[in-house]
Design a protein around this ligand. Sequence first.
Ligand code: NAD
Ligand code: UD1
Length: 334
Amino acid sequence: MSVLLTGGAGYIGSHTALALIEAGEKVVVADNLCNASREAIRRVEEMTGTEIPFYEADVADTAAMNALFEREEIESVIHFAGLKAVGESVEKPLLYYRNNLDSTLTLLETMERFGVRRLVFSSSATVYRDGNAPFSEDSPLSGSCPYGRSKLMIEQIIGDVCAASALSAVILRYFNPVGAHPSGRIGEDPSGVPANLMPYISQTASGKRQALTVFGGDYPTRDGTGERDYLHICDLAEGHLSALRYCREHEGAEVFNLGRGESVTVLELIRAWNRANDMDIPYVLGPRREGDVAVTYANADKAKKMLHWEARRSVEDMCRDAWNWQKQNPDGYR
Ligand code: NAD
Ligand code: UD1
């Protein structure tokens, strides 16, 4: 029996594939490669010495999903597939709703048709309403952009399906996953100019970008810059294994935050990078980025108590491993 990873060739999916295989799970990947490279899965195969059945398919394609479920013995699904760029979702809301909702609906229908009853879903901390961090799972919710709203809608759809059927689901709200596997073989490979902080720092370190612009120095935070809950991608990947185990033993739907439960400012992250990699990242202070919030971090107690999962790696580990990946793969998987 296998675990299907939709979007498994992506950043979080590829690290999770590795963690699952290392824990003795069998993995199947379906990805349409709209934001990923086949090379990521090839490298996971090389690192584990395991062949991973790979389906280049759109999860919203019913015929393709039927064919996959007919061919493979799927026991559970981790649903990573989705579009995730906040700014793009504001410009192209229909693309985001169509892709994220359709893929989930087709997946849920296919799972029902084939009697597959366990689902882990990638949600996001972006579903929390701004203003009262740390966020616990019962903090007020509100989607602040089409991307966030698509995640909220999917959470609700999954809840409804769990209530009406034998489906068991774990919804994971990720905070800010960063870094790469310590081997430097797999990592985050954004296309174009990185929108997120850690990839931008990495490319500044490598000389691809001249200097980092710090978006806003006048927030009501420790040093005026935004505070976030960064967590190492390998900790996040291991969180999926815990979620899968939980899902196998419990009925219904449950939501968990995956974060470290500590906030780090932009300037603190730059200093951690400089310490970990013996560097001096050039940066300039710029205006705030539209849509940004001052502080986001998790109350991570529920996952600790019920999933027996907690992030173990430090901010320096994240910076060291991000740099190791960047150095070894200056052009990502290309
Ligand atoms: P990613 O873009 O690297 O991975 C998503 C994968 O899904 C890609 O490989 C893409 O090709 C694939 N995909 C997209 N639509 C598809 C479809 N219709 N059919 C098949 N494949 C499809 O992103 P990621 O960072 O690995 O994120 C994985 C999931 O976690 C996403 O759902 C994202 O919204 C969510 N998430 C990510 C973060 C983060 O910071 N990276 C934070 C919160 C939530
Ligand atoms: C962003 C998304 C969020 C998503 C998350 C993880 C937005 C508004 N939010 O969150 O939905 O879940 O990524 O993918 O895009 N920063 C700089 N300079 C930069 C880039 C970022 O100073 O060049 C700052 C930001 O202002 C913020 C922090 O760094 O304070 C982190 O930014 P980023 O990595 O983009 O993540 P989030 O904004 O938390």
